[in-house]
Design a protein around this ligand. Sequence first.
Ligand SMILES: Nc1ncnc2c1ncn2[C@@H]1O[C@H](COP(=O)(O)OP(=O)(O)OP(=O)(O)O)[C@@H](O)[C@H]1O
Ligand SMILES: [Mg+2]
Length: 412
Amino acid sequence: MEKNDNIFVGLDIGTTKVCAIVAEAKNDSLEIIGVGTSSSTGLKNGVVVNIENTVESIIKAVEDAELMAGYQIQSAIVGIAGSHIRGFSSRGIVAVKSREVAQQDIDRVLSAAKTMSIPMDHEVIHVIPQGFAVDEQDEIKNPIGMSGLRLEASVHIVTASSIAAQNIVKCVNKAGIDVSEIVLEQIASSEAVLTEDEKELGVALIDIGGGTTDIAIFYGGNIAHTFVIPKGGQSVTGDVSKGTTTIPQEAEKIKIRFGIAKESLAGKDEIIEIPGFGGRPPRPISRQLLGNIIEQRMAEIFTWIRKNIEKNGLESKILSGYVITGGAALIDGGAELASEIFNAPVRIGFPLNVGGLTDVISSPMYSTAVGLVKYAYKNGNEKSRKYYSSKKGENLITAIKNWFSDIIDYFF
Ligand SMILES: Nc1ncnc2c1ncn2[C@@H]1O[C@H](COP(=O)(O)OP(=O)(O)OP(=O)(O)O)[C@@H](O)[C@H]1O
Ligand SMILES: [Mg+2]
């Protein structure tokens, strides 16, 4: 139960469940050694609305993961989602200090790109380089060592509402855990389910959770676009509840047991029995009707995504197709419906390339949590932003230190 640099912890605070995963790096691969899940009641559409409930869910998931792993969790990399998230492209330009591009120039140009047009009351979560140009030569992936006078970077910037981010950090800290880094949930999920070839060729990752649907688009190996839709499996359940006059808990069960995302998948005469409430007897309904209700909502979500992709001129870049993941991707016929709407191949994304307790996490529901540990493993625990600490006072001191080192870097 001591600190171990080979251990990586991911905490996915979702709208329907909280999941903590402990993974250990062993011989160049990542093995999952602990998983804890608890139901989540403190979030709405991906955003914390009740601190106490969220803290309780985190403590429960963390305790279970700790017990399974035999490891006491001190810090975790945590996911963020919600419709407050903004993703946009930006550019930065700097003079190359010693006429040969060094890491320091890259840090400065990314920092310059970050200063542009950040929405009020937002903080930057990611600055993702998409490509560099040195003088007149562009489309450079790694400019280190190149000669030139001017370095330009195009980046994708992701920002989040500072309040929403602070509330996540507050909940995790109240559960006694430091936040090493905050990562956009679909960026994490894409680490778990996409292949490098798909990212190179062009792919859209769609994580359909309970409260939000989170999208990340990649091509040329980099993230080109991200956005969030504040609808997911809970909206589908809500529609089933209204459309069949059942309470939401029953509607959820009916959806999971009989749900189909395409009305045409049910036979014409297929009847299912739904429990009556308040002492009433069970009622028969047509499975096609259930399919119709679900299809309408799922089609709305996919069409919303298609329009956003078209608006950004990206449909021709998605050459390897679409990958749907998240719990709501499990619905029968979901991939077929998506394929019709996107007019492209669609597959369901399960967490890939991890060892250990693979049978426990082998569901699209665990893509974000598995992706968080993979992200931490790839980028290193220590690269993380240390100011998300549960220890009072450290936040401000580290923030001031970072600010000074930025200023010194800029002037000298
Ligand atoms: N077999 C299934 N068929 C249809 N829907 C399913 C199935 N299994 C789970 N779901 C739905 O998946 C949703 C939960 O997915 P997930 O665990 O990915 O969400 P979350 O991470 O808690 O939420 P979010 O990411 O939106 O904050 C629920 O709405 C649930 O009804
Ligand atoms: Mg989720």
